[in-house]
Design a protein around this ligand. Structure first.
Ligand code: AMP
Length: 542
């Protein structure tokens, strides 16, 4: 496989290499990229059925027979009476055209986006051969099932462009995306890769965190060796310093130095290193340094005039939490504990994000409570021996939000699952009751929390309660009450009630509760507001 891929990648045009390499790994975009395709199974299957002119039964049959969406699509397109699309692409589909379509799909958000995505997919599949369609589907789903992993791809890139494997690995870590490394290996060879190291004033993709549901989950994953830090609710910045010159980059790697002149000055005055790349969080603060909600800070960003006036209105405070490079020495391969020590040694009077080394769940939970009481968002859990992995959202860092009170909600609809959960009602729509009208309003959806056996049981129960069958969904009489945990309540236009639960998961089926006992929208609203209670308000807003 490595040899095949190496030959294939070597034969590509320079501008195709990055995309092709990512797509071979099942990624429509570079790994650090925030864009997502968000094409649902429903949309995918609808598009394929319409192109191949087959009904649902034929589609389901092919899917059940192969157990793989890509294979199923190939079979269907081979057999179907394909309606040729009026095509944008005149000749054969190219890698770059596929890439551009993915980008347009990712950019389609909001009203009408579903229809737009369907149109784009129709055009794309309309031009693809069945074999091409098979792999486009796999990239869309993000699951190649070829057995060709990131590690093998590193080998293939090294082979294709005759560069040392180690150089590929390091470059991949620094850029966070093998595709870019492959393109660079072709263009500039080994020298190009080795030069990639740290260049001051060229920002590095930040290391990212996964969400953990609780302190104990983070402690388990880190085998008890974790540091907890306040998770500050502001903007992440990467600071590059060379003597008296400082530049500040946002998380998206744009230069925001001019928005934060006081931070640049502070770094010049305090940091005890000639050269440094440091990371921290800038938060907006109100009276007595109490944090303000995130949106106030946003007023400071992308500001090109009246900076001084806004600096007064929205005072900011910097907390540092990492050091990637200090005076010629890269620290990314040093464990977290060493980096933190080094950071403490050079940070002068700039505070570090408050930290403890967690000994047990109880201590962690009190620290979380303390962070929230002080107006912060929650905690970060960082594995003590973890290295800094640029651009990677791994399990070495977890974010843990404040624990909010669970809600008892009623299931009002359910959708059929896919893959392993094909045929089971496994995605549940959850509703709360309006205290005033007694009506039920959906506030979230989840497919998390139940075991396979519980899902099977739930499917039978819900089928017996079905009021209306839709294509992939059944509407049910509101009878089954479940207890739901979640990490956040957001204002959201997604549901009629204007609020939505994030990271909802069912923690228990409450057969002891009746539908008229479910929690109310008013209570949800109250919890929503409590999320901000500890924040201070901007000056002058009363
Ligand atoms: P996420 O961006 O969703 O991966 O969540 C992590 C984000 O939390 C980082 O990008 C930072 O902007 C922010 N953050 C706040 N406090 C810390 C901290 N102590 N360590 C790391 N990141 C932090």
């Amino acid at each position: 496989m490595v040899r095949w891929v190496a030959e294939f990648v070597r034969g590509l045009e320079s501008d195709e290499i990055a995309s092709a390499t990512s797509m071979l790994l099942g990624r429509a975009f570079p790994r650090w990229d925030q864009r997502v395709l968000e094409v649902s199974w429903a949309t995918l299957s609808k598009t394929i059925r319409s192109i191949a002119n087959v009904d649902r039964t034929t589609y389901s049959y092919a899917f059940n027979k192969t157990g793989d969406a890509g294979d199923a699509v190939k079979i269907i397109l081979e057999q179907g009476k394909i309606r040729k699309q009026a095509t944008l692409f005149q000749e054969r589909l190219t890698i770059l055209e596929v890439q551009r379509t993915f980008e347009t799909i990712a950019e389609s958000i909001g009203v009408g986006s579903k229809e737009k995505k369907e149109r784009l997919l129709k055009t794309l599949f309309g031009c693809a051969t069945p074999l091409e369609a098979k792999y486009i589907v796999k990239v869309l789903i993000g699951e190649m099932r070829t057995g060709f992993s990131e590690g093998l791809m590193e080998l293939a890139v090294a082979q294709a462009f005759k560069v040392p494997l180690k150089a590929v690995r390091t470059a991949s870590m620094l850029t966070g995306e093998l595709g870019e490394v492959a393109a660079l290996a072709k263009a500039k060879g080994k020298e190009g890769l080795l030069k990639l190291g740290f260049t001051l004033f060229r920002p590095i993709k930040p290391m990212l965190a996964q969400m953990a549901a609780s302190i104990s989950e983070a402690l388990d994953e880190h085998e008890g060796l974790t540091a907890l830090e306040y998770k500050l609710d502001g903007a992440r910045i990467q600071i590059h310093k060379l003597g008296d010159k400082v530049e500040i980059f946002s998380r998206r790697l744009t230069d925001v130095t001019s928005s934060f002149p006081e931070i640049a000055n502070l770094v010049i005055a305090e940091v005890q290193a000639y050269k440094a790349i440091l990371e921290g969080e800038v938060i907006a603060v109100g009276e007595h340094g109490v944090p303000m909600a995130f949106q106030h800070l946003m007023r400071r960003f992308r500001r090109t005039h009246q900076i001084e006036q806004f600096a007064e209105e929205v005072p900011v405070k910097l907390y540092l939490f990492d050091a990637l490079y200090v005076d010629g020495q890269s620290l990314v391969d040093e464990p977290y504990t060493e980096r933190r020590k080094k950071l403490g040694a050079i940070s002068g009077n700039i505070p570090l994000a408050k930290q403890i080394v967690a000994q047990n769940v109880g201590a962690g939970e009190s620290f979380l409570k303390e962070a929230v009481e002080a107006g912060h968002e929650g905690l970060m859990a960082k594995k003590l021996d973890s290295l800094y992995t640029p651009g990677i959202r791994g399990k070495k860092w977890f974010k843990i939000k404040q624990i909010l009170e669970p809600l008892d909600l009623v299931i009002v609809a359910a959708e059929y699952g896919t893959g392993r959960r094909h045929g089971w009602l496994s995605d549940y729509h959850l509703a709360a009751r309006d205290n005033e009208t007694g009506k039920l309003y959906i506030i979230g959806k989840t497919f998390k929390g139940l075991t396979d056996a519980e899902i099977a049981d739930m499917t039978y129960r819900l089928k017996a309660l079905t009021i209306k069958e839709e294509k992939y969904k059944v509407l049910v009489a509101p009878q089954i009450v479940v207890e739901v945990a979640y990490n956040e309540i957001q204002k959201s236009p997604k549901y009629v009630c204007g609020m939505a639960l994030r990271f909802a998961r069912i923690t228990r089926v409450r057969d002891d509760k009746r539908v008229d006992e479910v929690d109310t929208l008013q209570k949800v609203q109250q919890i929503y507001e409590s999320q901000f209670e500890k924040k201070s308000r901007p000056l002058g807003s009363g």
